[in-house]
Design a binder for this molecule. Structure first.
Ligand SMILES: Cc1cc2nc3c(=O)[nH]c(=O)nc-3n(C[C@H](O)[C@H](O)[C@H](O)COP(=O)(O)OP(=O)(O)OC[C@H]3O[C@@H](n4cnc5c(N)ncnc54)[C@H](O)[C@@H]3O)c2cc1C
Length: 426
């Protein structure tokens, strides 16, 4: 069950982490630091370059500070000055200065591309972690914990496409919202995904004239039922995201064609932008993962696989990182008692993500207004952020769970020090 002793050192327990996204990289690194022998399995052949812009703040910001990741994130972040809503002719309808948002977040905010968070984590990753690229997991066995003294239990296993079984004392499914580990151990995806009635896409392209027109602002179309957001990046690149309110249960067969067709009517520079959609565009139905139990035997889910909050809640990356820390910390606190560590992780972390998920569901109308009345309400909320005591209240509410992209939920984003019980503090 345990790995053979290395040169008289105490045996190291083996962990297999599935998925080298933000959560998997963080879990792998933290478990290695805690003395586990870690193998990280990723289906992509190399680091995933495709991505979109992330508003990084909230619980994961504290984790990044504590684990020494923040300098790498800061170096890669793409700061901007303001968020501007624009109409179909490019006229600004409302502006939000970045200082208002940064002030509300106590300066603890970064705008950064998702692949750049992963790049920072790869740089941070201890050399002991064995990263296996091109390893797609298609099956998993949960394993069994010891039932009594003297019983070693049964190892968990990840199964690859070629049938290879990789056994370990701990199997972590950090393989995203469409998790294969979750499917194999906990049941079919349909039982766990709550579709929120939106489709979303994200991509980065190079177009220096568009980047120059955006300058250091983020521009969002002030449109109904569909929205495009554009961030100018250094080097003439632009990060784009697109969100559409639609009841269609699945992504279109040809996402590129669908994006060009459906967003054309937004005017401004949107048709030009949609001409840049790459082959590997990120496109998915917006959903939350609501999984009643995150651990079974020696297997545990983390990040989006366990608790995707959706881009409407806006803190999935932050929660993926913070959740990785809670998992590693609780396992460490319970030593050899793996079952107790897994139970503590789930008991302490579930209430925090539950509140973020609830807020994400409430904020949909603010994100993509369904009609003129909600658009009017959003414009006024944005204008209220410009100054005065009301602005502070609205900014705090906006940052509570979703940042400027989402609605007006409650609960400031905090995460407790290691050892404390996780909770949102008002
Ligand atoms: C358009 C958009 C905008 C967003 N904006 C924000 C934001 O502003 N702020 C924020 O905090 N969050 C945001 N999010 C959410 C955030 O991106 C996710 O919550 C976060 O990246 C989840 O990280 P993860 O590591 O849990 O999962 P993923 O990032 O999904 O990583 C899973 C990894 O597992 C790998 N994998 C999958 N299946 C297998 C398999 N079978 N075998 C091996 N490997 C596998 C994948 O290739 C991937 O590398 C946004 C999301 C979207 C879609």
């Amino acid at each position: 069950m345990v790995a053979p002793t290395d040169h008289g050192q105490p045996p190291r327990r083996r962990a297999v982490v599935v998925g080298a996204g933000i959560c998997g990289l963080a879990v792998a690194g933290l478990l290695d630091r805690a003395g586990w022998r870690v193998r990280l399995l990723e289906r992509a052949e190399g680091p995933r370059g495709a991505g979109y812009m992330i508003d990084f703040f909230g619980p994961g910001f504290g984790t990044a500070e504590r684990i020494g990741l923040l300098p790498g994130l800061r170096r890669r972040s793409a700061p901007y000055d303001a968020v501007r809503y624009v109409d179909s002719r490019g006229r600004t309808t409302a502006t939000l200065r970045m200082e208002a948002l940064l002030g509300a977040a106590g300066g603890r905010y970064l705008g950064i591309l998702r692949p750049d968070i992963e790049a920072a984590l790869r740089e941070w990753l201890p050399p002991g972690v064995e990263v296996v690229q091109g390893a797609r997991v298609v099956g998993a066995e949960p394993g069994r914990l010891p039932a009594r003294a003297g019983d070693a239990g049964v190892p968990a296993a990840a199964v690859l496409t070629d049938g290879t079984r990789i056994e370990a004392e701990l199997l972590v499914g950090a393989d995203g919202i469409h998790s294969a580990v979750r499917r194999a151990v906990f049941g079919p995806e349909d039982g766990f995904l709550l579709r929120l009635g939106f489709h979303a896409a994200g991509f980065v392209f190079s177009d220096p004239p568009i980047a120059a027109r955006l300058g250091r602002d983020v521009a969002l179309t002030d449109s109904l039922r569909r929205q495009v957001g554009l961030y100018g990046l250094p080097g003439g690149r632009v990060a784009a995201f697109a969100v559409e309110a639609t009841g269609e249960p699945a992504a279109p067969r040809d996402p590129r064609a669908a994006l060009r067709e459906r967003y054309r009517g937004l005017g401004w520079m949107v048709p030009e932008v949609m001409g840049h959609v790459p082959d590997d565009v990120y496109y998915d139905v917006v959903a939350q993962a609501l999984v009643p139990r995150w651990h079974h035997g020696r297997t545990v889910l983390a990040g989006d696989a366990a608790h995707a909050v959706s881009l409407l809640a806006g803190q999935g990356a932050s929660l993926a990182l913070a959740g990785a820390e809670v998992l590693a910390e609780r396992l460490g606190a319970h030593g050899q008692d793996l079952g107790a560590g897994l139970a503590a992780y789930e008991r302490d972390w579930r209430p925090v993500v539950g509140r973020h998920q609830a807020a994400g569901r409430r904020s949909a109308a603010f994100f993509v207004p369904p009609g003129p009345l909600s658009r009017w309400a959003r414009r006024h909320a944005v204008r209220a952020l410009r100054g005065g005591p009301l602005s502070r209240l609205v900014a705090h509410a906006a940052f509570a769970t979703g940042g400027w992209r989402s609605g007006a939920p409650r609960c400031p984003p905090t995460w407790p020090a290691a050892g404390a019980r996780a909770t949102d503090r008002a």
